[in-house]
Design a protein. Structure first.
Lengths: 409, 600
């Protein structure tokens, strides 16, 4: 990037180039000059996991064909509105995208190919639940052009999997990894969760060792967050389970960071590790605060200095799209100040941090001018390093990220 | 209205026995408030009153009533607060009435403020109409309480009215009793005007609005008035009655209750207890007036954001216009910078003031631990009055420290005499007497330092008696005590706003309890934070808040950005509620930890 963003500040002061505004005035949006990341939300799950507060629904599988149609239509409309922008990554997230029958997935991919300029080297990822995968499905996925598979393993202990309310067992998890390899997936991510109630460091060590032994290209390690209104939160509130111990979670994280470094993984984001070159390009778009387009129920988008969100209820989403109405429920223009803040809050999650030249190219202002004082303050607290070139979290800062991020909201 | 057809009365009771609800029924029955406008406790018009379900300020209302004798009467009702902190409102109200409805909850029975308010009313020469309320409750012990009440007042059980204010049972009999049993106002209609200001509030347009009862003569719209205590004359903007909204009228005759919008801009010019008379034909003698209320409890109020200091001052000034009992003066603290030392009638009053400031004036405040006012005699013969522990001079210069003592009366079932005794003596209480009201109910009297009382005595009493005991107290005087200052150090720095004055014998115990409590309320920070209690240079207790190790959102992907930003915004707002002290963030709770040392 660089030049395209140089006019940015002026641009924003002059007008509010918002999707809805344009929709009303029937002006075509300026096509994004930067490749766009495409996110497809698949809000279906077999059953709900005990910790999950994502936008996902059970018992709605019957609606998958109609949902696919709706998504295709939304993609088509987006292609028109944004003038077939280049798309360099597609990510099927959920929910459980691997519940979508192959023909439906194919329809969506075809719609994307038709609506956008899909780069031949595009990264196409799909999230899959180890409990619902078959070899045949994986083969077909590969043939469809999906090269990156993200498996929701979470743990290699059956007791923990049960506590989390996952459908699969650790044996199924291993089998899923093997099947994915067999089907030719060379870019495999495993999602793991640590910091469970009652989980001991040694349990976690075992899970992570098992995971690394499978040699995935990518690992996402998430500290368990107890979200309100989830079964897990209720169990803890009722005293049936102890709350997770944050200090122990910190030990687990530190141990994991050390172990994965030795195993040759690059710790490129707070919760993400990858073999060099196998970082998830799609997710990097988010963290670099670059534009993405989300389609499907509850999907969010960030494009042209606006954020917007779709209807969350899949049936309402289907209906709106079928009736030719926009599924967008809320559009928020983002001013330069907030965009700078977001760029910090997201960018600091990355090992590369936020670099001053990129920042200047984008906002026309030096990082030092905007945040110098804050950065030095945080440096004094040993939360980040700021050498005038780039700001990066320290290892301590990674564990205390929120203490840093609050300065940018 | 002919003076003989007027009745002025108030409703008094222990807190929550149903005064305001009974007032609702009377207003309904007399058609003063239409069914459509009726809400529960309609006279509790302040937001805070409605929310807490508690009357904070007395309110007056006029009702027209046609009695069983076919005649029309004008009834002036004043509903009073039941909480002991506001008992001065009750005493002021009494001077504007000839009678009082003494309401007792049929399930709770007679309680401490039932007695305290009854004695106030008898002292003011009021006729008492006993009323047992809430007889609809399944736990009601109507017959038993009726007998107790009759016994207490020396009347026949038949003279006790039994009502359910909630259901409206017996409300008509209450009105009849008011008409039949209470005398009309006794004043002289022909004499020069004397009107008692029994309450007031401030209105930005009308200035101080005085609530008055015309004792002699009459108040006529357009007359210039003389305020006898201050000598101020004023031409009122208007006068009127409460219906319960303020409704202008031409005149208020002898015995009538209403308001005068004085147009005066400061309450100092028209204080509660003032006598209004006409400037052209002034009365020769003012009415007796009131003893000014003295605040008992003091605390610092500080804005969390330093810039809000002047906003806080403005807010306090405005609030004081409606709350004569509130006093304040500027104060500064190393830890909290600039704020005000405020005096309150009690902890409940303090809580109400803080909430009103935060809510009505949108301020974020930190309150320091409440303290009482001490009198310090120095060797040099000086007498200092200090209301903040920080001001206590070096003990080597001090001859003696005196602290305020109270007489407390605990009304409790006799089963709990033991636990009450324990509780009170642990707090340096000195036993005085036991009076049996009957075989099961006793009134225990003690003397006790006020400082021991303000710290949750009421809650503790309730908990050791399973909610049965009630408490009343009055100030008796200053007495010497062996007192020392307990300092609290956070991260090795003394925090002046956390210092306490305690009895020497309790210093160790209080110090350890305090640092333990502080450890619970101070959130973990990026560094470990030692908390120490010290007497002079000697550390007597220590705890450590261990460092926060993990505080990070594990996930932040596309769709999350907005949500995650909101979470962070909330976290940031939460931080704003903390006071930065050096590197350490201290929450409001820490300053009040001292109030909860007895919990565990
Ligand atoms: N069951 C029942 N409840 C009642 C009755 N009268 C009042 N209450 C309830 O008792 C509670 C207190 O009533 P209030 O009228 O606010 O009492 P109060 O004496 O004015 O209280 P303070 O002004 O705070 O001293 C409320 O929840 C009322 O609904 C009654 O006759 N029967
Ligand atoms: S599979 Fe994932 S999205 Fe579905 S319920 Fe479980 S955690 Fe939630
Ligand atoms: Mg009331």
């Amino acid at each position: 990037m660089g030049e395209p963003f140089a006019t940015f500040v002026i641009h924003l002061h002059n007008s509010q180039p918002c999707d809805t505004v344009r929709a009303m005035t029937r002006i075509r949006s300026t096509p994004p000059s930067h490749p766009v990341a495409l996110y497809v939300h698949v809000p279906f799950c077999r059953s709900r996991c005990a910790y999950c507060d994502f936008d996902t629904y059970t018992g709605l599988e019957f609606a998958m064909p109609a949902y696919t149609d709706a998504v295709c239509r939304e993609i088509e409309a987006a292609g028109e509105r944004w003038g077939s922008p280049p798309v360099s990554t597609i990510y099927f997230g959920g929910g459980t995208p691997s519940l979508l029958p192959l023909p439906l997935l194919r329809d969506i991919l075809h719609a994307a190919q038709a609506a956008f300029r899909l780069s031949p080297a595009a990264e196409i990822s799909l999230e899959a639940n180890p409990g619902t995968l078959t070899s045949a499905y994986l083969h077909d996925l590969r043939n469809l052009g999906v090269q990156r598979l993200s498996l929701g393993i979470q743990s290699f202990h059956d007791a923990e999997l049960e506590l989390l309310g996952r459908l699969h067992t650790q044996a199924q998890a291993r089998a899923a990894v093997a099947a994915a390899r067999e089907s030719g997936f060379r870019n495999l991510n495993l999602d793991l969760i640590y910091g469970l109630p009652r989980q001991k460091l040694c349990h976690w060590q075992e899970t992570l060792r098992t995971a690394t032994a499978l040699e995935p290209e990518h690992l996402s390690l998430y500290g368990l967050a107890i979200e309100e209104e989830t079964p897990l939160a209720r169990q803890i509130a009722a005293g049936a389970l102890p709350a997770p111990d944050p200090d122990r979670a910190a030990d687990m994280y530190e141990w994991a960071a050390e172990t994965l470094a030795q195993a040759g993984y690059r710790h490129y984001e707070i919760s993400n590790w990858a073999r060099s070159g196998q970082e998830c390009r799609h997710n990097l778009t988010y963290w670099r605060n670059e534009p993405w387009l989300g389609v499907g129920a509850g999907a969010h988008s960030w494009l042209d200095h606006c954020r917007w969100a779709n209807l969350t209820d899949p049936l309402a989403y289907i209906q709106a799209t079928a009736e030719g109405r926009t599924p967008i429920i809320e559009t928020t223009p983002v001013g330069p100040e907030q965009e700078m803040g977001d760029t910090m809050m997201l960018g600091l999650r990355l090992a590369e941090g936020v670099a001053t030249d990129r920042f200047r190219a984008r906002f026309g202002l030096a990082l030092e001018t905007v945040y110098g004082e804050t950065l030095r303050h945080l440096q004094d607290l040993d939360l980040l390093t700021w050498d005038g070139q780039a700001a990066r979290l320290t290892p301590r800062g990674r564990l205390l990220g929120n203490q840093v991020f609050v300065h940018f909201v | 209205m002919d003076q003989s057809q007027i009745r002025d009365f108030c409703i008094i009771a222990h807190i929550d026995h149903g005064k305001s609800t009974l007032a609702d029924r009377l207003l309904e029955l007399t058609g003063t408030v239409s069914e459509r406008q009726m809400t529960d406790q309609v006279l509790d018009s302040m937001d805070l009153e409605r929310e807490k379900g508690v009357t904070i300020k007395a309110s007056a209302v006029r009702m027209a009533y046609t009695a069983a004798d076919g005649q029309s009467y004008e009834l002036n009702l004043i509903d009073t607060p039941g909480h002991v902190d506001f008992s001065y409102e009750v005493s002021r109200t009494l001077a504007a009435c000839e009678g009082a409805l003494l309401v007792v909850d049929a399930a709770q029975g007679i309680e401490a403020q039932t007695l305290a308010n009854l004695y106030l009313a008898l002292e003011a020469d009021l006729e008492i109409i006993p009323v047992v309320n809430k007889i609809d409750l399944s736990a009601a012990r109507t017959d038993e309480i009726t007998l107790e009440l009759a016994d207490l007042l020396g009347v026949e059980p038949d003279d006790v009215l039994c009502v359910s204010a909630k259901e409206g049972w017996g409300a008509g009999e209450v009105l009849e009793a008011v008409v039949v049993h209470l005398p009309p106002p006794r004043g002289q209609p022909e004499a020069p005007l004397r009107a008692l200001v029994f309450d007031s509030h401030y209105d930005p347009y009308k200035g101080v609005v005085a609530y008055v009862r015309v004792v002699d003569g009459e108040l006529v719209d357009g007359q210039p008035l003389l305020l006898m205590a201050t000598g101020v004359t004023t031409e009122p903007i208007d006068l009127g009655i409460f219906t319960p909204q303020m409704t202008p009228t031409e005149r208020l005759g002898t015995g009538e209750v209403g308001y005068v919008a004085t147009g005066l801009k400061t309450v100092r010019e028209c204080q509660v207890g003032e006598t209004l008379t006409t400037a052209t034909r002034p009365a020769s003698e003012p009415l007796p007036g009131y003893r000014p209320v003295k605040p008992m409890v003091f605390a610092g109020l500080y804005p969390i954001e330093g810039e809000e200091y002047s906003a806080l001052r403005d807010a306090l000034e405005k609030l004081q216009l409606n709350d004569a009992a509130l006093i304040f003066e500027p104060e500064s603290s190393q830890a909290l910078q600039f704020g005000f030392r405020c005096g309150f009638l009690g902890l409940f009053h303090m809580e109400i003031v803080q909430e009103r400031l935060e809510r009505e004036y949108e301020l974020d405040l930190i309150a320091t631990a409440p303290s009482v006012a001490y009198r310090v005699m120095t060797h040099a013969g000086e007498l200092l009055e200090i209301s903040s522990p920080v001001d206590l001079p070096d003990l080597s210069t001090v001859e003696e420290i005196h602290e305020p003592w109270m007489r407390i009366q605990v009304f409790t079932p006799s089963d709990y005499i033991g636990p009450v005794m324990d509780l009170v003596t642990r707090r340096r209480g000195v036993y005085e007497t036991t009076e049996y009201l009957d075989a099961q109910r006793v009134l225990l009297s003690y003397e006790m330092p006020l400082s021991e009382m303000i710290v949750d005595l009421h809650d503790r009493l309730k908990s050791v008696t399973r909610g049965y005991a009630s408490l009343d107290y009055t100030f008796i005087g200053y007495r010497p005590g062996d007192l020392v200052r307990l300092d609290v150090l956070v991260n090795y720095e003394p925090v002046d706003a956390l210092a306490l004055i305690v009895h020497r014998e309790q210093a160790y115990e209080k110090g350890s309890a305090l640092v333990r409590k502080m450890k619970e309320v101070i959130p973990r920070q990026q560094f470990k934070v030692p908390i120490q209690a010290a007497l002079g240079s000697r550390i007597i207790a220590r705890e450590t808040v261990s460092a926060l190790r993990k505080d990070v959102l594990a996930k932040c992907y596309g769709g999350d950005v907005t949500r995650k930003r909101k979470l962070l915004e909330r976290q940031k707002a939460g931080k704003k509620r903390l006071k930065q002290f050096g590197q350490v963030m201290i929450p409001q709770d820490a300053f009040l930890a001292v109030l909860r040392l007895d919990e565990d």
